[in-house]
Write a protein that binds this ligand. Structure first.
Ligand code: G3P
Length: 217
């Protein structure tokens, strides 16, 4: 698979409701061939977006199998709605390790790509044991800012890769937090990561399509 550039829509006003559809459309028109672009829209818009465009879609969270679980998000329904993967344990939506382990297992059963987020090296160590498809290293203090994780935490990224290669060689690393340029993306890949996870730089860009074309085109 090409390096993954996963755009988390979060729940910004600019990426909710009808704006989510416009943003997804703009991203689907980005001209490039070297990366796998993917989007993680709000759960409320996944189904509609999936019907209208062919982007690789991730959910921002998931909880459970089908059953009596009021207010939960079933993985089966996400899949049926068009999601191909799930972001889990984002630092804005932490879950217990045991629960994370269980949901990663369910993802495997449903053939959904799992992206488990970790904010520290010790969290990476614990999560690698669950063998998700991706671990996204996102230090919480850099999220939403303009200092990129790759500039701030180069040494931790290299250590994270060593940990992952040792504990779960099939798991790939994404770098997230403050990623906002072509240089950040290439720096992450040069360190050995297999992509990036980013949000505000795209969602809040004056022209998200133009912004992404500069980054990946
Ligand atoms: O999930 C992406 C994320 O938390 C990074 O956010 O806005 O710093 O790119 P941002």
């Amino acid at each position: 698979m090409k390096p993954l550039v996963l755009i988390n829509f979060k729940t910004y006003e600019e990426s909710c409701g009808d704006h989510a559809l416009e943003l997804a459309k703009a991203i689907s028109q980005v001209k490039q061939k070297d990366y796998q672009l993917a989007i993680a829209p709000t759960l409320l818009t996944i189904r509609e977006i999936a019907k209208k465009n062919k982007s690789l879609i991730f959910a921002q969270h998931a909880d459970t199998e089908y059953g009596a679980h009021t207010g939960s998000i079933p993985l089966g329904e996400l899949k049926e709605s068009g999601a191909k993967g799930v972001i889990l344990n984002h630092s804005e939506y932490k879950i217990l390790f045991l629960k994370l382990k269980e949901i990663i297992k369910l993802c495997r059963k449903q053939e959904l790509i799992s992206v488990a987020c970790a904010s520290t090296l010790s969290e990476i160590k614990r999560i690698a044991a669950f063998a998700p498809d991706y671990i996204a290293y996102e230090p919480a203090e850099l999220i939403g800012g303009n200092v990129s994780v790759v500039d701030a935490d180069e040494k931790i990224i290299v250590r994270a890769l060593n940990v992952i290669w040792k504990l779960s060689p099939g798991t790939k690393l994404l770098c997230g937090a403050g990623v906002h340029s072509r240089k950040d993306l290439q720096h992450a890949l040069a360190l050995g990561a297999e992509g990036v996870l980013l949000a505000h730089a795209v969602v809040k860009a004056r022209d998200p399509k133009e912004f992404l074309e500069k980054m990946v085109g």
